[in-house]
Design a protein around this ligand. Structure first.
Ligand code: DC
Length: 240
């Protein structure tokens, strides 16, 4: 298997930003698995399927086409050919994603797609069940955590930067409810994988967070060396 790093953890722990920074520094691709659940959540919402209809959710998921395009570290998500990268980041879609993610058939479908992506090359995958279910043999497993207050502030600021106004207490409640659902569902609940390095980022800024995770990854013997810039006149490692 290609070199795989998994980053799991609750909402707004900083997984996506950390994964993108790691991908840039290590020269590997990012697999944002939450984006897949979000795209299916958006499809279910748009079709007007009630979240109580498991059969409807399964049907909507089976008929979906999801593609990821763009740079290795910043993908665009296409749902049935439409770029939904922004549309999947609203609070309504966060809620819908958490609901569809509790349906086992949906998870099985997405896990197949996620594993297929690891065949294309080394990657950093982030989500809730990557170290426990999707890539149990991953080289490095990280569990990123932060206290609820820190995570609520981060999500609130992130939404504000996107022009979405939300009250901090409402954001905090939403996070707590979705995390509870993600942690207690029967299939692939959110929990640290065995052997995962647990990194609590509550007091850290983003640079400190990325450095803490990079230290864990670089300690691994199979960690890919970052692509070194070759200056004029310099010879490559094979002497070419
Ligand atoms: O990471 P995120 O907030 O984009 O994830 C959206 C939802 O999808 C979240 O409620 C948890 C769920 N999810 C999951 O169950 N398993 C994953 N591997 C990734 C996300």
């Amino acid at each position: 298997m290609n070199f795989v790093v998994t980053i799991d953890g609750p909402s707004a722990a900083g997984k996506s930003t950390t994964a993108r920074a790691l991908a840039e520094r290590l020269g590997v691709r990012v697999l944002d698995t939450g984006a897949f659940y979000r795209a299916l959540g958006l499809r279910v919402l748009r079709l007007g399927i009630p979240m109580s209809s498991v059969a409807g959710i399964i049907e909507a998921s089976r008929n979906a086409t999801i593609e990821v395009t763009g740079s290795p570290s910043r993908g665009h998500v296409l749902l049935d050919g439409e770029d939904v990268s922004e549309a999947i980041r609203t609070p309504e879609v966060s809620e819908a994603a958490s609901r569809v993610a509790a349906v086992s058939e949906v998870r099985r479908l997405l896990v197949r797609w996620q594993r297929a992506m690891a065949e294309a090359g080394p990657l950093v995958g982030e989500g809730r069940d990557l170290g426990t279910v999707v890539f149990p043999d991953a080289d490095v497993k990280i569990f990123l955590d932060a206290d609820l207050e820190t995570r609520a502030r981060r999500r609130h600021d992130e939404l504000a930067a996107r022009g979405i106004a939300a009250r901090l207490d409402a954001v905090r409640e939403d996070l707590a409810r979705r995390d509870e659902r993600d942690r207690t569902r029967a299939d692939s609940p959110l929990r640290p994988a065995e052997g995962a390095a647990i990194v609590d980022t509550s007091g850290m800024d983003m640079e400190a967070q990325v450095r803490a995770v990079l230290d864990v990854i670089r300690a691994h013997p199979r960690c890919p060396a970052p692509a070194a810039p070759v200056s004029p006149g310099q010879r490559g490692p094979a002497g070419h």
